[in-house]
Design a protein around this ligand. Structure first.
Ligand code: ZN
Ligand code: ZN
Length: 347
């Protein structure tokens, strides 16, 4: 089968190669991949900016149908439609024992499409049964391929941010994560979601409105973005700000958008030191949270929100390509001309 492989450390070193179809080991299911998404992490791996262990078949956002099961698999059957988180955990370390399986510290931890475990940019992928989730009826395999980034947002917003009915929420950054965060905030009862971005985000603002944003602000052309948010909240500021842009300027602005006793959620890392005026936390009595990956329970909630239509990822899928076109897909993501690019033809 054809597989897209990061062959060695360094910039680039990604190739489409022919490899053996995997056979499911004990406790594993073999899945025929119907769709798998290109993620920012894949860009970081391409540019050698991120942790990974080559050679590895890339792809950690996938969905497909079980075609074979290994010994000892009991709850997953041939024909089941499934998806899963990327991270496989040991169940034995201190973090796992404390139910923080998203922070498992096992050495040589398998992360699908990143480290040790071959991922979903291939026709077949072998995945342990214990991390798999069955896809609810009514949710397509293409939509389910978006469950991984969606679950990361659900973890950070639904499980780690105190949004309550009526809240005014600012989401910074109309990329995949921000557009999903917008919908999660609405599902939690936010009365208004304001999505901020920059001038080149203009076309993403249209998608933001289509998925529920009440207002968008271009922070480069709007003279007083903080004043605009204040004017919507009796001069108080946003109840909750979700930083989903990955920019240092947005982090600084988050502390200005937020009201006294408000909350700032950091959705994702930046990999650098950010120069922040942390006195805002004292002066405004703020709270801040972040999150890392997902818990199994996050996936149960995520698939329910997706199946119910409270999160609709269809408008976020802007491109569908074949494995042969991988370079075009990566370039579209890198130049921010796409929200989500899916491989849908993995022959
Ligand atoms: Zn991802
Ligand atoms: Zn562990």
């Amino acid at each position: 089968m054809k597989a897209l492989i990061k062959t060695a450390r360094g910039v680039g070193n990604i190739e489409l190669r022919d490899i053996e179809k995997p056979t499911p080991g004990r406790g594993e299911a073999l899945i025929e991949v119907a769709a798998s998404g290109i993620c920012g992490t894949d860009m970081h791996i391409r540019q050698d900016h991120s942790f990974y262990t080559p050679p590895v078949v890339l792809g950690h956002e996938y969905a497909g149908t079980v075609v074979e099961v290994g010994d000892g698999v009991s709850n997953i059957h041939v024909g089941n439609r499934v998806t899963s988180p990327a991270t496989q955990y040991c169940g034995q370390c201190y973090q796992c024992k404390n139910a923080h399986v998203n922070r498992c510290t096992a050495e040589n931890k398998k992360i699908l499409g990143v480290s040790v475990a071959n991922g979903g940019f291939a026709k077949y992928v072998a995945v342990p049964e214990y991390v798999l989730h069955k896809i609810p009826e009514g949710l397509s395999l293409e939509e389910a391929a978006m469950a991984e980034p969606t679950a990361c947002v659900v973890r950070c917003v639904a499980e780690r941010s105190p949004i309550t009915p009526g809240d005014v929420v600012v989401v910074q950054g109309p990329g995949t994560m921000g557009l999903i965060a917008t919908q999660v905030a609405k599902a939690m009862g936010a009365s208004k979601v304001i999505v901020t971005g920059i001038t080149s985000d203009e076309w993403r603002f249209e998608i933001a409105k289509a998925v529920g944003a009440d207002m968008t602000i271009d922070v480069l052309t709007e003279k007083d973005p903080v004043g605009v948010v204040a004017s919507l909240t009796d001069c108080a500021g946003a109840d909750v700000v979700i930083e989903a842009s990955g920019s240092a300027a947005a982090r600084r602005q988050a502390l200005e958008f937020v009201k006294v006793t408000g909350h700032v959620t950091l959705l994702g890392t930046q990999g650098t030191n950010t120069d922040l005026y942390l006195d805002h936390i004292v002066e405004k009595e703020l709270s801040m949270t972040g999150s890392w990956g997902t818990l199994p329970s996050t996936w149960v909630l995520t698939l329910r929100l997706m199946a119910s239509g409270q999160i609709d990822v269809k408008p976020l899928i802007t491109h569908r390509i074949s494995l042969e076109e991988w370079e075009k897909g990566f370039d579209l993501m890198e130049t921010q001309q796409a929200i989500k690019v899916l491989f849908t033809n993995l022959e």
